[in-house]
Design a protein around this ligand. Structure first.
Ligand code: TXA
Ligand code: MG
Length: 344
């Protein structure tokens, strides 16, 4: 199959909408990462998503809508909190888990769950596409399963060229990491994945919010986390990622002691002088977490070469958006973190 590279011009969105209506797959830009979209109400189209990505069948998809009122169409018993969150954060990087209307949404889309993850993305072209298609678009991140998510149309082609009908080039994604997922079917509501809408912002509206253990630690073998996707190895380049925590000086000393060419260093702009001779990859400023989240996956992709062996990575500390960067980087490292302040 020849994969079409489409623009966000109206005629191209109409073409993409036809593809979706006919059961095909389209790479879609969003403010978080690119999605691999299909008609979320068509079981056969949804099956193609799983095949193209090599995604485990038990991992449900996010349903993308173009306006908040559609919550009623696909969810049951929508609580007031969901409407409040939608008003405050949609369109935007927040996914809500709610009871699914099983009479409308096929079991394939939600992988047999009685809940559905739903979000309204902040990308005008993609919302217009959903409106034109006349159906909600089910979309996981548009990467091969296990690989870093895609934040440009070129990344999507790298992973999926020839396997999907089209990709819409909407430029690089602003946020750069996937949406925040909040489960509203439990009390208190539970954060299943940190993202662009911060835990602090959710707590301001919802009061108490629990944090799923899978956000900060590996999922023990044999257990079933609430977001099934959290149990799989994720965001992993071909080389091993090791997070080196601790002060700038201790981290640099640790990395210099263990570095063998052609290992890689993934660090902050501010620490560049400490690694200049090691050909480091900079992914942003430590003091500007948005720059780090924006570039993280693109950087992991440029370092996706097995011969590198080990990638020594620096990770921002603190809450807010840093929590999302920590989560993705820890998962890409299989939670391998060394503390350079204590470990030599
Ligand atoms: O930003 C995003 O959310 C992107 C863009 C394309 O919208 N999408 C995305 O999809 O990251 P994906 O499939 O890569 O991640 C969705 C996560 C998975 O971990 C999945 O297990 C979880 O959401 N999920 C989906 N439906 C769920 C449900 N009903 N209950 C709990 N977790 C669910
Ligand atoms: Mg994904």
């Amino acid at each position: 199959m020849k994969t079409l590279l489409l623009s966000t011009a109206h005629t191209d969105l109409e073409r993409a909408a036809e593809i979706i209506k006919n059961g095909g797959l389209v790479g879609i830009p969003t403010e978080t990462v690119y999605g691999l979209g299909a008609n979320g109400l068509d079981p056969a189209a949804v099956r193609h998503i799983f095949e193209a990505k090599g995604r485990p069948q038990d991992n449900p998809l996010i349903l993308h809508v173009h306006r908040a009122e559609q919550l009623r169409d696909f969810c049951r018993d929508v609580p007031d909190a969901a409407w409040t969150l939608a008003e405050r954060f949609w369109p935007g990087p927040l996914t809500m888990v709610l009871p699914v209307r099983q009479d409308v949404v096929p079991a394939q889309t939600v992988a047999g769950h009685d809940t559905v993850a739903i979000r309204c993305p902040k990308n005008d072209a993609t919302r217009e596409l959903i409106r034109l298609a006349g159906v909600p678009i089910a979309a996981p991140s548009a990467n091969l399963s296990g690989k870093p998510s895609t934040t440009t149309a070129q990344h999507v082609l790298h992973d999926l060229d020839g396997k999907i009908e089209a990709v819409i080039d909407g430029g690089p994604c602003q946020v750069g990491v996937e949406s925040t997922i909040i489960d509203l079917t439990v009390t208190p509501p539970r954060l299943l994945r940190p993202g662009g809408v911060t835990l602090e912002a959710l707590r301001e509206i919802l009061g108490e919010v629990a944090v799923d253990p899978a956000v900060v630690a590996p999922v023990p073998a044999g257990t079933r986390p609430k977001a099934p996707g959290m149990k799989y190895k994720h965001y992993a380049p071909a080389a091993n990622v090791v997070i080196v925590a601790g002060t700038r000086e201790h981290a640099a000393a640790y990395i210099r002691r263990h570095f063998v060419r052609p290992n890689a260093v993934l660090c902050f702009e501010e620490e560049l002088p400490l690694y200049e001779d090691l050909n480091p990859t900079v992914y942003g400023f430590e003091r500007d977490v948005e720059s780090l989240s924006h570039n993280l996956f693109a950087s992991l992709r440029t370092l996706d070469r097995a011969e590198i062996g080990t990638i020594f990575a620096r990770c921002p500390e603190g809450g807010g958006l840093a929590m999302a960067v920590q989560n993705r980087l820890r998962k890409s490292a299989g939670f391998h973190v060394v503390d350079a302040d204590t470990e030599q």
